[in-house]
Design a protein around this ligand. Structure first.
Ligand SMILES: C[S@@+](CC[C@H](N)C(=O)[O-])C[C@H]1O[C@@H](n2cnc3c(N)ncnc32)[C@H](O)[C@@H]1O
Length: 342
């Protein structure tokens, strides 16, 4: 087994060397996460430190790729929240804080909150190994303590109404909130509901280009959901470890759907401009259907190849950040001017 106090070691898939039992345990954990969705059970699924090592190198790493996509978007849009005190709520092994601290330039203090104290211990060990000066607290901040950035990932779908209310109360104390969740219809809509509940006090940094009601939650749009696809790093396709992961667990590594929400407490004016394309463009012969979301709502629009040849070629790339000034003539996109190159 790898050295539990060595973060480099714990996050290195080669040092992990999973056995057949480990792969079986990962499959079991995956089932447990699915069962926890919709708060169908509130029992902790973590059993041992080995669970954390296995999770951190696999499922958490994939969640880390989603965080990378979100943090990249925030950086490209010039909207990265920063602060001295950060809360990672439902921290698990701490992947959200690790990714956020690396992308945002760090923090002084971090609160790791998890109903499993063993998870919070593991997260603390990995964080302190990477940032020895970080002050780590293993519970939520007291009422008088400021929260600059509240992070949470892959946990909202597990909350029953009372824990969700507890979470929202904490969010209301934060200056910024970053949430990253699976890109499923159900969880994305939970995130949409959280957005609606917090809108009175917050502006939306991303993915939306406005802070009005969510277009995907509008009447008649019940089949839609706000989600995106992250681009996994090259090693996901080249390493023996990830090939084995994909074979053992039947997971297609190319598809990394996620939903997310980045909020900032109302204050300084935030420019509302442009539209964000959701999901993946549907490529047809000579044209593509795009789910275009902006302040006027969510609408399916058609981009003809002949109108935008260069852009059209990029549309099948997973992880493409499609944020643009979009002008339409009826349903047809006549101008698509990217606001960021990503
Ligand atoms: C699927 S894991 C995700 C962990 C981590 N955020 C990540 O993205 O890898 C969900 C975590 O939330 C924790 N959790 C679930 N319900 C919770 C609650 N009511 N309060 C605090 N933590 C909770 C679980 O113990 C688990 O560690």
């Amino acid at each position: 087994m790898s050295d539990p106090h060595n973060w480099e070691d714990a996050s290195n898939p080669d040092a992990l060397a999973p056995t057949a039992e480990d792969w079986a345990r990962l499959a079991e954990l995956r089932e447990a996460f699915l069962a926890a969705e919709g708060a169908k059970t509130t029992e902790s699924y973590w059993r041992s430190r080995r669970d954390f090592e296995l999770y951190d190198a696999t499922f958490a790493e994939r969640i880390g790729w989603k965080w990378d996509a979100v943090l990249r978007e925030l950086a490209l849009r010039g909207r990265m929240p920063r602060g001295r005190s950060v809360v990672d709520w439902g921290c698990g092994t701490g992947v959200a804080s690790r990714r956020f601290l690396a992308a945002s330039g760090g923090a002084e203090k971090i609160y790791l909150v998890d109903r499993s104290k063993q998870a919070a211990w593991f997260a603390r060990d990995t964080l302190v190994a990477a940032s020895p000066k970080l002050q780590v607290t293993l519970h939520a901040p007291a009422a008088a303590e400021p929260i600059d950035v509240l992070l949470a990932s892959h946990v909202l779908g597990e909350l029953d109404p009372s824990t969700r209310a507890e979470f929202l109360a904490l969010a209301l104390r934060a200056s910024a909130v970053l949430l990253v969740e699976p890109g499923t219809h159900a969880v994305s809509r939970v995130l949409g509901a959280v957005r609606e509940e917090l809108l009175e006090h917050f502006d939306v940094l991303a993915p939306c280009t406005h802070s009005l009601s969510c277009g995907a939650l509008a009447p008649g749009r019940e089949g839609d959901w706000c989600h995106f696809f992250a681009r996994p790093p090259a090693e996901a396709f080249t390493s023996a470890f990830w090939r084995r992961f994909s074979d053992e667990l039947g997971i297609d590594l190319r598809a990394l759907p996620y939903s997310f929400l980045a909020l900032r407490r109302k204050g300084e004016r935030l420019e509302a401009r442009g539209a964000r394309v959701l999901g993946r463009p549907r490529l047809l012969k000579g044209r593509a259907l795009l789910e275009v979301c902006d302040a006027s709502g969510l609408a399916t629009r058609t981009l003809f190849e002949r109108d935008a040849k260069k852009l059209f070629k990029r549309l099948d790339r997973s992880g493409e950040l499609l944020l643009a000034d979009v002008r339409c003539d009826g349903e047809r996109i006549v101008e698509f001017t990217p606001l960021v190159e990503g």
